[in-house]
Design a protein around this ligand. Structure first.
Ligand SMILES: [Fe+2]
Ligand SMILES: [Fe+2]
Length: 248
């Protein structure tokens, strides 16, 4: 029995919206087929797969149906978390999604799921991605204030959600946790953030995130060991569509 994670499937079996890069970049060529084969080779029905956001380009549930079918057919238990492109999923809709598609698909938000003695905590997170104006030493000399203020509100909201979920897991006696974010825990200029601080406060053993696409973005945030926890980027193109084993 193992726990795996990967993000950013960006499926579009029946959606009208598609990303140009996804259609032309070799990293994405036949990615649905490659990912399906990798899952079938790697995972068994006893395993758990956490899909870390950006599941579908579908603008509504009708446009997502074929994508959900594809995910449903992957082996093992499937837990989905929210990404910025998941237009079908307002946080307030989570209960409805679980009623419609559970128990085969589990939509995790404002709560926690369990894996053995671990609580799995997830939220989209948020990082201010600019525009930044930098000097030659890569120090910020200015940024777009309005966008920054907006980002700060989103970050605060996501942080509150995470604290609530961690507290719920703690109240139920779960001491070991793993944190799943869709956005990277820090932006390219930050060394720490409210998300790294929350991971430390609640002693999350691993922080898993996705969202970063293309070779130039793969190293935007923390990877490997940092202040006692391990950080992993799991966007699908980064992993060449092979889910990453998080726990045995
Ligand atoms: Fe994505
Ligand atoms: Fe994303």
């Amino acid at each position: 029995m193992s726990l795996y994670a990967i993000g950013d499937l960006h499926l579009h079996f029946s959606s009208t919206l598609r990303a140009k890069n996804q259609l032309s970049d070799p990293l994405w060529k036949n990615h649905e087929k490659r990912f399906q084969e990798n899952c079938r080779n790697l995972l068994s029905e006893e395993d758990t797969l956490v899909l870390v956001g950006d599941h579908s380009w579908g603008k509504n549930l009708t446009e997502c149906e074929a994508d959900f079918d594809y995910i449903r057919r992957l082996p093992g238990r499937k837990i989905l978390t929210r990404g910025n492109h998941d237009m079908f999923w307002d946080a307030g809709k989570t209960k409805l999604l679980n009623e419609l598609y559970g128990p085969e698909l589990c939509f995790l938000q404002d709560s926690y799921e369990t894996y053995g003695e671990y609580a799995l905590i997830a939220s989209k997170g948020f990082t201010f991605e600019g525009p930044f104006y930098l000097n030659q030493k890569r120090e910020i000399i200015a940024y777009e204030k309005e966008t920054f203020e907006h980002a700060r509100k989103l970050v605060d909201r996501e942080a509150r959600r995470l604290v609530k979920s961690f507290e719920a897991a703690k109240a139920d006696g779960y001491e070991r946790t793993i944190l799943f974010l869709h956005y990277p825990p820090t932006n390219i200029l930050e060394e720490e953030s409210v998300f790294t601080e929350i991971a430390e406060r609640y002693n999350a053993e691993q922080v898993i995130y996705a969202h970063c696409h293309g070779k130039s973005r793969f190293h935007d945030s923390i990877e490997g060991d940092f202040k006692g926890r391990t950080y992993h980027l799991v966007s699908g193109d980064y992993l060449s569509w092979i889910p990453l084993k998080i726990l045995d």
